[in-house]
Design a protein around this ligand. Structure first.
Ligand SMILES: C[S@@+](CC[C@H](N)C(=O)[O-])C[C@H]1O[C@@H](n2cnc3c(N)ncnc32)[C@H](O)[C@@H]1O
Length: 244
């Protein structure tokens, strides 16, 4: 049985992380996201991103700006290169916008059903896809390829195209088996020397069942790939460089 079906049986409600970092289970009712309340900018670059992008866009949730400091060495390596990035889970496009803004030569492929999922219950608006479109257009829509649907299907399409990516950001489903699917399919799409970053390594708002959290799946994936990757960092996220 898919873990999503286990949730009601286990009496679990869906919990998401609010911009304050606190778990939240109540749905948010809105047709248009309010301006994002992001973490206080701690660097001039983050302040510039907030001023130039966040303040002008429609972002209701910030799940990512606190991660940018860990990304810095990875993104510095990709500067001034026409690299290909894959993002699994884009929501309103905040992380995609940052990558587009930070790497002006990069192109990004964004995979998301844009319909909201159990984990984002109540957060997705009916016009989530349009909000994503408008947000990435603040920077450069021409460098964005949007693939609508779940990663299990869309990543197979990318494999059929022989697509290759220098950076893959996995921020879709939090369920363990889905993370294993995302990890396995992504690895085949990752260029040698490329980096894969998993979000929510320590996310466990649904409990410690490995089916209901990403962490154990990421650990298992690393074990299978022992000797074939370098661990770049492990905190709230895990970043691996593909060595072969
Ligand atoms: C936490 S949000 C992504 C946030 C985004 N990366 C950011 O930082 O702004 C997770 C997104 O993953 C998407 N998602 C969930 N399961 C997915 C799947 N199997 N394939 C692709 N996207 C998925 C959801 O629709 C949601 O928009």
């Amino acid at each position: 049985m898919h873990p999503r079906r286990l949730l009601p049986q286990a009496g679990l409600s869906i919990v998401t992380e609010h911009v304050t970092g606190q778990p939240r289970s109540e749905p948010v009712s809105r047709t248009r996201p309010p301006a994002a309340t992001v973490s206080t900018p701690t660097t001039p670059a983050l302040a510039a991103f907030q001023r130039e992008v966040l303040a002008r866009g429609s972002f209701s949730q910030d799940w990512v700006t606190t991660r940018f400091s860990s990304w810095r060495p990875i993104l510095e390596e990709l500067e001034n290169r026409p690299v290909q990035i894959l993002e699994i889970g884009s929501f309103e496009g905040l992380s995609a916008c940052y990558l587009l803004w930070r790497l002006p030569q990069a192109r990004i492929t964004c995979v998301d059903p844009f319909i909201g999922t159990p984990e984002q219950a109540g957060l997705g608006t009916p016009d989530l896809e349009q909000i994503f479109d408008e947000n990435v257009a603040l920077i450069d829509s021409s460098r964005v390829r949007k693939l609508i649907g779940d990663s299990g299907h869309r990543l197979l399409d990318l494999a059929d195209e022989d697509a290759r990516f220098e950076l893959i950001y996995v921020d879709g489903s939090h369920f363990g088996l889905d993370v294993l699917v995302d990890a396995s399919l992504s690895w085949q799409l990752l260029a040698p020397g490329g980096v894969i970053v998993f979000d929510d390594y320590r996310w466990n708002y649904l409990g410690d069942d490995p089916l209901l959290r990403p962490g154990k799946a990421i650990d298992a994936f690393r074990e299978v790939l022992e000797g074939k990757h370098e661990l770049l960092f492990a905190n709230e996220q895990v970043a691996l460089r593909r060595s072969s």
